[in-house]
Design a protein around this ligand. Structure first.
Ligand code: GDP
Ligand code: ZN
Length: 382
């Protein structure tokens, strides 16, 4: 960290008060930085203001910036030019805003995201849905009770790497176990370098080790299965300041008061936390690349197989089968790797089918138009 950066952080730390509400936060406290400032340059000259999406409602957003909090929707042009659902603003996004009076604003652009959590939407179509963006650190929360499962941790790691955020594995409910060092070591062996911290949200032990991974102006999120202790941890991180999680009261377009949950929360002592329903249960939606990263050791062994397209079944000179035989590769880990590969392939197939259906539909539409044309001139043909 150079001197300028340190000065900046010191100034920032001085301005941070315990439990500051997002309504009174400056851009820097919301995570504004040099990269964003450079990205925003063209919009600034167009007279727009930067702001961050703190909550999402049906078709509208609560955004926060230098002007405080206001409600905003996308411009007609944005809607017209949006490439797809993934292009629309999401909690965590930085946007170019045109304030339009009466605590209202128009969103003209979404700044390029540094990271994004993407999941497939519920339902038959495998359409990517952006769940949250610009998350720097993601805490993968695992309960040291029935929830503890190395394979599940591997899946969450894959999702984290896929998003671009840095994962930190949080073993919660440390109060229930006394073999912590062994458990941490076991998790470290599959963590591929991600930090592992054991904490107890219940008695508050070791929470500082967790807080150390959230920098002022940095954005964190919690991921993990239901019951792992995410809500309890969030309450701990917020301390007594429950205001930040309280409902936001605003007026909708018809002037009625509506309440909604704030999903980007300011932490006492600096830093932000994204807590959206989508983040809470993230379905597996990953690319081969991050699978390779989680299972780097397996890919390394497979690279030593005699045949490049080895299926690790009957092929001679298979390094994987050798590693399984001499126990240098854990069969459960290999099984987990195969399972993820199968799921990915399944997703790929679904995407293929979807693409084919769409092109069939396009052909169908053309045929229908042709038939209409034909029918109009029916007497000549039939
Ligand atoms: P979430 O679904 O991930 O948000 O989990 P919750 O925060 O609702 O916690 C689920 C259950 O685990 C609750 O009964 C909590 O009281 C309990 N719990 C959370 N943290 C701890 C902990 O550190 N130790 C113990 N023993 N229980 C915990
Ligand atoms: Zn092989």
């Amino acid at each position: 960290m150079d001197r300028l950066e340190r000065n900046r952080l010191e100034r920032l730390a001085q301005t941070l008060e315990k439990g500051k509400k997002i309504t009174t936060m400056s851009l820097i406290e919301l995570g504004w930085n040099e990269r964003l400032s450079a990205l925003f340059e063209p919009y600034r000259s167009g007279g727009l203001s930067p702001a961050r999406v703190v909550a999402q409602h049906r078709g509208a957003y609560t955004v926060a910036g230098d002007m405080g909090e206001l409600r905003a929707g996308v411009s007609g042009r944005f809607r017209h030019e949006a490439a797809g659902p993934a292009a629309y603003p999401t909690v965590g996004d930085w946007i170019a805003l045109e304030p339009s009076g009466r605590r209202r604003g128009i969103i003209h652009a979404v700044l390029e995201r540094s990271t994004a959590f993407v999941r497939k939407t519920a339902g038959a179509l495998t359409e990517a849905q952006v769940v949250a963006t610009n998350i720097d650190t993601v805490f993968l929360v695992v309960g040291l009770d029935g929830d503890f499962n190395l394979r599940r941790i591997e899946r969450y790691l894959t999702a984290a790497w896929d998003s671009g955020a840095s994962p930190v594995i949080v073993l919660n409910k440390s109060d229930l176990r006394d073999d912590l060092a062994g458990l941490v070591a076991e998790v470290e062996s599959i963590a591929a370098g991600a930090p592992v911290v054991a904490v107890s949200a219940r008695d508050g032990s070791n929470l500082d080790a967790l807080r150390a991974h959230i920098s002022p102006g940095g954005t964190a999120a919690l991921l993990g299965s239901s019951g792992a202790g995410k809500s309890t941890l969030i309450n701990r991180l917020l301390g007594e300041d429950r205001q930040a999680t309280g409902p936001v009261r605003e007026s909708d377009s018809r002037g009625r008061h509506v309440t909604s949950r704030r999903e980007l929360i300011a932490l006492p002592g600096g830093g932000l936390l994204i807590d959206t329903p989508g983040m809470r249960e993230l379905q597996l939606w990953t690319e081969e690349e991050s699978l390779g990263r989680t299972f780097e050791d397996i890919e390394e062994i497979a690279a030593r197989c005699r045949f490049a397209d080895c299926r690790h079944k009957e092929e001679p000179g298979c390094a994987i089968r050798e590693a399984l035989a001499n126990r240098s590769l854990d069969p459960a880990r290999f099984e987990s790797y195969l399972k993820q590969r199968r799921e990915l392939r399944h997703l790929e197939l679904k995407k293929d089918v979807q693409a084919r259906r769409q092109s069939e539909k396009a052909v169908g539409r053309k045929m229908a138009a042709l038939m209409k044309d034909v029918k109009m001139r029916k007497p000549n043909y039939w």
